[in-house]
Write a protein that binds this ligand. Structure first.
Ligand code: ADP
Ligand code: MG
Length: 225
């Protein structure tokens, strides 16, 4: 097994000004192997999103290390880091974060456009992803014309378009009823197994944590097995 994501004594403190600092991550040691589906579970406010955002490079580490495929992120140049992240990581959020005035295809292709890639080279890839996420019939719909579950499928498809090795999911079914939530978790499980993606999800729900291979518990900024 190959370690794809590793953190060493990872800490995050938010500085609220007026000498008011809040330590949200208190020395996280965590590692994930190639092909694993790991759930980090803990109550609201325990620091799950903060951890995922640091792994995804959406926020800066206070101290400690993050290694992606053995390479320490803080030692990379900013440009090198952003290239690596766009290539290796896809992100899924609780509230989908789709662009309302783009249709399904355009939302899925957006990361390619932002990367300056030619979308026509990705048509076959797009078709395969629309098929596997169950969106073929919806390709020209706008987000407002879709159910919550379908919108999350679009977000998942968008995370896959670059064919990243790692998918980071922040409460992916936190906004869905249990039927749609189950379908989305089954889809993530399929993507883990068939597309061989490493998945790290954070969740406050025991039910959704059961879809992973392994659950790690988080409380007050620390992890427990
Ligand atoms: P979870 O995702 O487990 O609900 P979060 O990582 O969102 O937890 O938040 C953990 C703690 O960090 C909370 O107390 C939250 O208020 C605080 N926090 C999160 N983001 C910020 C921020 N940008 N500035 C200040 N405090 C923050
Ligand atoms: Mg959160």
């Amino acid at each position: 097994m190959r370690t794809v994501v590793e953190t060493i004594n990872l800490c995050k403190t938010f500085d609220m000004g007026r000498n008011n600092k809040v330590q949200v991550l208190k020395g996280i040691d965590f590692s994930v192997s190639n092909g694993e589906f790991v759930s980090i579970m803990g109550p609201s406010g325990s620091g799950k999103s903060t951890l995922l955002y640091l792994l995804g490079g959406l926020d800066k580490t206070t101290s400690g290390k993050i290694k992606i495929n053995g390479k320490e992120i803080s030692s990379m140049k900013d440009k090198e880091e952003s290239i690596m992240r766009r290539r290796d990581m896809g992100f899924i959020f609780q509230f989908y974060n789709l662009i309302p005035n783009l249709n399904v295809e355009e939302n899925i292709m957006l990361p390619l456009v932002l990367d300056g890639k030619k979308t026509k080279n990705y048509r076959d890839n797009l078709d395969a992803i629309l098929e596997s996420t169950g969106l073929i019939e919806r390709r020209l719909y706008r987000p407002s014309e879709l159910s919550g579950g379908q919108q999350q499928r679009v977000a998942i498809a968008r995370a896959l378009i670059n064919d990243p090795e790692i998918i980071l999911a922040d409460e992916p079914i936190g906004n869905l009823d249990s039927k749609m939530g189950n379908e989305i978790m089954e889809l993530l499980k399929k993507i883990n197994i068939e597309n061989k993606k490493t998945i790290i999800q954070v969740t406050h729900s025991i039910e959704s944590s059961k879809f992973g291979d392994r659950v790690v518990n988080m409380k007050d900024g620390e992890l427990y097995d």
